[in-house]
Design a protein around this ligand. Structure first.
Ligand code: PAF
Length: 281
């Protein structure tokens, strides 16, 4: 595996790959890799000729009071893991080169960026879109892989790709969970043992939503009420939001009549966790 830090060097590797007619699969990450990331890496290795993974903890997607500084980092372990998987290139750009002094260009997907997580994390999706576009421009991937765990992120990025006429295909892979249901996240590392147990309210309440739906419940308010009750019984959990929305506009739906997204963000102690499920018919 070749580790590249400089944009120019990455670009020349990419033009070499393209000149040989090979496809590029790309997995953007912020590092501290877990099985969720590795499921994306493995799919890329299966589908593309060359796989590029990036690790960059993107300051632009963290708010001033968020955990940018404390975000877990372990580049040595991550590179070992990626090397073992058979990744071809690891791109680890430096912040100064991605956001040089006086940087002014940002990308926004209006409205969608303000819903769900956007309400409590203003500027977050602007940061995500900006880094994603930069990385797409540098790496020029044929396919880029993302996890369904960040449901709003993938909806927004797909919209950006479509409306800005990018050629990359966005492929979304299912949420990877621990055996007890907890969705994998780099932030799970912060949870104490007690909080780790409390964090199960996210997946538990989603399961209940799914089963109410399967039994014929179509009233969003009834489902959300039940979910909030489950979460409310856990003293360490504080609700940021629990919503049932349509998957195009992310607007709340009152009756579930087609595919809908149940999404939630819950503080477990100080740690904000997200999870979601798609309600299918
Ligand atoms: O999902 C993530 O880890 C990040 O939001 C991403 C897509 C790598 C952009 O920094």
């Amino acid at each position: 595996m070749k580790v590249i830090k400089k944009i120019d060097e990455m670009r020349s590797a990419v033009s070499d790959i393209k000149s040989r007619g090979m496809s590029i699969g790309f997995v953007p990450t912020m590092g501290y890799l877990h099985e969720g990331h590795l499921s994306l890496v493995r799919e890329s290795l299966r589908k593309a000729d060359v796989t590029v993974v990036s690790i960059f903890v993107n300051p632009a997607q963290f708010g001033p009071r968020e955990d940018f500084k404390e975000y877990p980092r372990d580049l040595n372990r991550d590179s070992e893991v990626l090397e073992r998987e058979g990744v071809d290139y690891l791109f680890v750009p430096e912040s100064d080169e991605i956001y040089p002094q006086g940087h002014k260009a940002f990308v926004e997907v209006y409205d969608l960026q303000d819903k769900l997580c956007g309400r409590s994390r203003p500027g977050h999706f602007r940061g995500v879109c900006t880094i994603a576009l930069k990385l797409f421009n540098i790496i020029n991937p044929d396919i880029s892989f993302f996890g369904q765990k960040d449901a709003q992120q993938v909806i927004i990025l797909k919209r950006m790709v479509k409306e800005l006429h990018l050629e990359v295909i966005i492929e979304v892979l299912p949420i990877i969970r621990e055996e007890d249901g907890l969705a994998l996240s780099s932030r799970n590392k912060y949870l104490t043992q007690e909080e780790r147990k409390a964090a199960l309210v996210l997946s538990k309440s989603l399961k209940v939503a799914q089963s109410m739906m399967e039994k014929g419940q179509r009233d969003s308010a009834a489902i959300i009420k039940e979910m909030k009750e489950i979460i409310g019984r856990e003293p360490l959990a504080k609700i940021d939001y629990v919503e049932i929305v349509d998957i195009d506009k992310l607007d709340p739906v009152s009756r579930i009549e087609k595919k809908a997204l149940v999404a939630l963000a819950i503080f477990i102690g100080k740690i904000r966790l997200i999870d979601n499920t798609i309600l299918l018919f």
